[in-house]
Design a protein around this ligand. Structure first.
Ligand SMILES: *[C@@H]1O[C@H](CO)[C@@H](O)[C@H](O)[C@H]1NC(C)=O
Ligand SMILES: *[C@@H]1O[C@H](CO)[C@@H](O)[C@H](O)[C@H]1NC(C)=O
Ligand SMILES: *[C@@H]1O[C@H](CO)[C@@H](O)[C@H](O)[C@H]1NC(C)=O
Ligand SMILES: *[C@@H]1O[C@H](CO)[C@@H](O)[C@H](O)[C@H]1NC(C)=O
Length: 430
């Protein structure tokens, strides 16, 4: 088990590897909360906070490698094995993985529910490293104690097939997928209750650098529901919205994805492979309705035409993209043409009923406070507003052994930190 040794605060990077046994440290106060962070019970965290917003952590890890504690203004710690936890806007903290809110949960066992669950794992071993073993798994818990609402998931974004493409050599290239919900009632069979959205999961593949999910009503932007401007493929997780938001029938949901393909010489097409791309946002909401997905894609013939190509149907439009000489000018032209082209919106229900309609991509207004959404709902504070003031000692009990062979026992690393966390996230409002 290896944990990266990064501690981020506003602008400092601390490496926690002080190899001393500081027996003169005063005894820490008893910490009220604790959890094993992994299934093998190797990583044990205890924590507590007092009325003055002082938080104390104690991390015990059985390891022969690095142990560290990380704080990230963006909810990311590249290369780390685990994300430890965060602070909600109201000041309460968590150290577990994602949990649905108390008002809602997934229903199973009724005819309306999925009849089976399929676990799909994608393996990418680009360097063909031999001898890798996988120990992934899932654990399902269920209960007869039902919560007030059944939750649903609405898939939005760019329809992956057949016409999602990203030019090669792009520093930044934005794709747009529109959802129009005006036919939701008709497709649902009964009027769709307002969607109370509490969480989201953003998804692109390796070229994705950022996503935004924007809500419009009557042609006006209501809000940026969520965004991640430092998207990291290896840190995909369901995140809380800072507050439950309402989507009404008739609203539009736009997903904007930002891609970078500087390392690619060929067009990247939409598709399921990690080397293909996707641009999706899964919205977690209650109460559940029958709509399962609502995704858009641009009219590829219009894009081909704007790039000086000819195409009599979508397939020819896609093929025509291969004849475009890609440079930064044609990349910008393609991005603009794809944004201005009519969007075809495809809506599906859980019974695979399908309808299409058309729409346009509206502009996205970035309000200043929109910056607050740069981070996940888990970390409801802005980087510049987080002050981690290391007060206590960072003590690591470790034996400085350089090779694994001479280790008789797993090292016990104990890191204790005390710091002050200033919460000012209430300034972040749309
Ligand atoms: C703080 O907010 C979180 C997330 O919304 C919630 O789960 C928690 O109960 C709240 N805590 C308090 C003390 O209100
Ligand atoms: C889903 O559709 C069925 C009809 O096919 C309808 O009876 C049911 O009420 C709908 N469910 C919801 C949650 O609207
Ligand atoms: C676009 O410009 C960037 C520098 O900003 C460059 O690295 C890249 O190669 C250019 N792309 C193409 C396709 O010429
Ligand atoms: C919607 O569009 C897709 C893709 O163009 C097409 O395959 C499908 O038949 C259309 N569905 C309806 C109901 O028009």
């Amino acid at each position: 088990m290896k944990i990266m040794s990064l501690l981020w605060t506003k602008s400092f990077l601390f490496l926690l590897s002080i190899p001393c046994l500081c027996s003169s440290q005063p005894l820490p106060p008893p910490l009220r909360f604790s959890a094993f962070l992994d299934h093998s019970n190797m990583i044990f965290l205890r924590w507590d906070h007092d009325a003055e917003e002082m938080m104390t952590f104690e991390l015990r890890v059985h390891t022969t490698g690095w142990v560290a504690f990380g704080f990230s203004p963006h909810g990311e710690l590249p290369g780390s094995d685990i994300v430890v936890g965060g602070v909600f806007p109201n000041g309460s903290i968590y150290f577990s993985s994602y949990q649905f809110p108390n008002e809602a949960a997934i229903s199973i066992g009724t005819p309306m529910d999925p009849q089976y669950i399929r676990l799909e794992i994608h393996y990418s071993n680009f360097d063909l490293i031999p001898g890798l073993n996988d120990n992934s798994g899932i654990r399902l818990y269920y209960t007869p104690d039902l919560r007030p609402n059944d939750m649903g998931v609405l898939q939005t974004g760019v329809f992956t097939f057949p016409v999602h493409f990203i030019p090669p050599g792009a520093d930044t290239y934005k794709s747009y997928g529109l959802c129009k919900s005006s036919q939701f009632n008709e497709m649902n069979g009964t009027p769709v209750p307002d969607l109370k959205v509490f969480g989201f999961l953003l998804h692109t593949h390796l070229a994705g650098r950022g996503l935004k999910v924007v809500q419009y009503r009557n042609g006006e932007q209501v809000r940026i529901i969520c965004e991640d401007n430092k998207y990291d493929f290896s840190l995909q997780e369901t995140r809380d919205l800072k507050e439950v938001i309402t989507i009404k029938v008739g609203d539009e949901i736009l997903v904007e994805c930002n891609f970078q393909t500087l390392d690619r010489t060929e067009i990247t097409f939409g598709g399921p492979s990690t080397l293909n791309e996707m641009c999706l946002a899964f919205l977690f909401y209650y109460p559940r309705n029958n709509i399962s997905s609502c995704m858009g894609y641009p009219d590829i013939q219009q894009i081909a035409y704007a790039l000086g190509q000819e195409a009599s149907d979508a397939m020819e439009g896609m093929i025509a993209m291969n004849y475009v000489e890609w440079n930064n000018e044609t990349i910008k032209n393609a991005e603009k043409a794809a944004k201005e082209a009519d969007q075809i919106v495809m809506i599906k229900t859980i019974d695979e009923l399908q309808k299409n309609e058309s729409g346009i991509i509206r502009d996205i207004t970035i309000s200043e406070s929109g910056l607050c959404h740069d981070i996940s709902g888990h970390l409801g504070v802005r980087g510049s507003q987080v002050t981690a003031n290391l007060q206590g000692a960072a003590a690591v009990i470790s034996q400085a052994l350089s090779t694994a062979e001479i280790l008789p026992l797993p090292l016990l690393l104990l890191t204790q930190l005390a710091f002050t966390w200033l919460l000012t996230s209430s300034q972040c409002r749309i």
